[in-house]
Design a protein around this ligand. Sequence first.
Ligand SMILES: N[C@H](CCC[C@H](N)C(=O)O)C(=O)O
Length: 276
Amino acid sequence: MKFTKMHGLGNDFILVDAITEQIKEDYSHLSRKICDRHFGIGADGLILVLPSEKEDIKMRIFNPDGSEPEMCGNGLRCFAKFVYEKGIVSKKIMTVETLAGTMIPELILDNNKVINIKVDMGQPILERSLIPMLGNSGQVIEETIIVEGKEFKVTAVSMGNPHCIIFVPDINEIDIYKWGPLVESHELFPNKTNVEFVQIINEEKVIMRVWERGAGITNACGTGACATLVAANLSGKTSKKAEVQLLGGSLYIEWLLNGHVLMTGSATNVFQGEYL
Ligand SMILES: N[C@H](CCC[C@H](N)C(=O)O)C(=O)O
């Protein structure tokens, strides 16, 4: 099976044109095998290109644990670049069918070379029951939850996939390996959740570290960066536009007047190969 290895700010993916490559194996099982960094190719996710009846193309993504998330921001930037460069979609602004709905990536070209990708990630979902998060209806902004006896103030935002944002005074003080998995699987999140720890630098810049649902610590999280900006603005900590600085680099996020969230960032080809 031919694949291309790509990354968005170090959040790395295996991309497969599943229209051409006849994959017979269960996608979830394949993801668990192929994403393994010792027994497989190694990645934060497997991304499949599939035909769509209603949009230009369809993206499905699987986490390394085999779960299928609704959406992936860094993955979508890699996906758009991949399908354009492979000639699968010839549009610079394309519509992509995902489990989270239709996404609209725009390729920024220089001499027909993709140098950046701007994605309309749609509206954030703030209603608790739709995150989903257990508890009374309404929004979840700086609500206290108890995790193994320790209090955390959390803000919950869905970008199609769930995010639990926790603001901290010093990002280097938080033990993400301990608290990330505990919050990811907290009983308040019936579908589990991605967990973002965020330090505010100023009203236009934050530092974010992520423990991803089904993947653990990654270098970057696109949907997490979008959710972080929304949570930071809702809690009065930033404006509606900010640089989200991640381990792998920065994403530029803007919460537009129409309620949609715009994410701008890079996508990088690493190598192509054949999975045996
Ligand atoms: N692990 C995430 C999906 C990938 C999200 C992240 N890589 C991004 O760039 O948005 C989840 O289960 O919701």
